[in-house]
Design a protein around this ligand. Structure first.
Ligand code: RIB
Ligand code: CA
Length: 313
């Protein structure tokens, strides 16, 4: 069983990623760390506690993290996830509190205790970057970082950048350029990882307290995507990162150079990945340093999500 830590900013798709992890018998969710992103750190932390309460898994520790990015001004995404960060459903009041230890220390200590920790950052990378800088030796105890962030195509918060990386580009650059196995799961594949209203209807027919809340959250998320982006279905971005840790190979990846633009006026927060292998000499990175997702087995991904929700019947 793989040791897993999810660093998140719940967020509807963060919630799905947590529920997928909790339902799997192939990963042990050792800790949840929270970061400001979709909403403020107070709201994302409260939301993480609410999701664990919903799943009756308050045994999993929640550690509150960084409330602001390293350098840039703070951006949030209330227009997508609502004022609470998890609008659209009647989640329970939290029956657990964050632990005293900060998220940065929790990442470092969980890695040291595990010796082979899988980390799924699915929000801005501030916590992970600070942990790597403050405790550089933890790279020896991290098996893999599979992050939802970036894109090899167009962005969603600017034409060039994806939200998680745009919200803290300097932190993302630290993570991409660290000496650790990093897999980037960008919008270019998560946009394919969509659930539609038929899937939501199947989840609602499972008729448990948990699956009803999941169906309500997904309905809210679907409404936002269909009205704001005129999409058919809703991308469950963050669950793609957890799915790849649960079942390696659900993503197709290219091993190449990848890092983050932190200086461009129009391209600030853009992930730049050499998926076509056009260059063999990159600034700051010694050799191909990342696995970049270029495709996803959508049918298997959807099956994994629905199978996970079945366990909450
Ligand atoms: O761009 C998508 C990412 O931004 C997801 O992690 C979503 O939860 C938001 O944080
Ligand atoms: Ca997120």
């Amino acid at each position: 069983m793989k040791d897993l830590l999810v660093d998140c900013d719940p967020g509807h798709d963060d919630a799905m990623a947590l529920l997928l992890a909790l339902a799997s018998d192939r990963v042990a969710l050792e800790a949840v760390t929270t970061v400001a992103g979709n909403q403020t750190i107070e709201k994302t932390t409260r939301n993480a506690c609410r999701v664990l309460t919903l799943a009756d898994r308050t045994d999993v520790p929640v550690a509150r993290g960084m409330g602001a990015p390293l350098v840039r001004d703070q951006v949030t995404a209330g227009w997508v996830h609502g004022e609470s960060g998890l609008d659209g459903a009647d989640l329970p009041e939290p029956e657990t509190e964050p632990i005293e230890r900060h998220a940065v220390e929790t990442i470092a200590q969980t890695a040291a205790e595990s010796g082979a920790l899988h980390i799924a950052p699915v929000g801005p990378l501030t916590n992970v970057a600070v942990a790597l800088r403050k405790h550089p030796d933890i790279v020896e105890d991290i098996e893999r970082i599979v992050l939802m962030g970036g894109t090899t195509e167009d962005g969603n918060i600017t034409p060039a950048a994806e939200f998680n990386v745009f919200a803290d580009p300097e932190a993302a650059k630290v993570v991409f350029e660290a000496d650790v196995d990093v897999t980037m799961v960008g919008l270019n594949v998560t946009r394919e990882a969509r659930l539609d209203r038929d899937h939501v209807a199947r989840i609602r027919e499972m008729e448990s307290a948990i699956t009803t809340v999941v169906a309500d959250l997904l309905t809210y998320f679907l409404d936002v995507y269909e009205t704001s982006f005129e999409w058919d279905g809703v991308p469950i971005h963050d669950a793609c990162a957890v799915a790849e840790i649960v079942e390696p190979g659900v993503l197709d990846t290219e091993h190449t150079f990848a890092t983050v633009e932190t200086k461009g006026d129009l391209t600030y927060g853009r992930t730049v990945a050499d998926v076509r292998g056009v260059s063999d000499d990159w600034p700051n990175v010694e050799a191909p340093n990342a696995n970049v997702a270029v495709d996803i087995d959508r049918d298997r991904f959807v099956e994994m999500l629905l199978d996970a929700f079945e366990t909450y019947r």
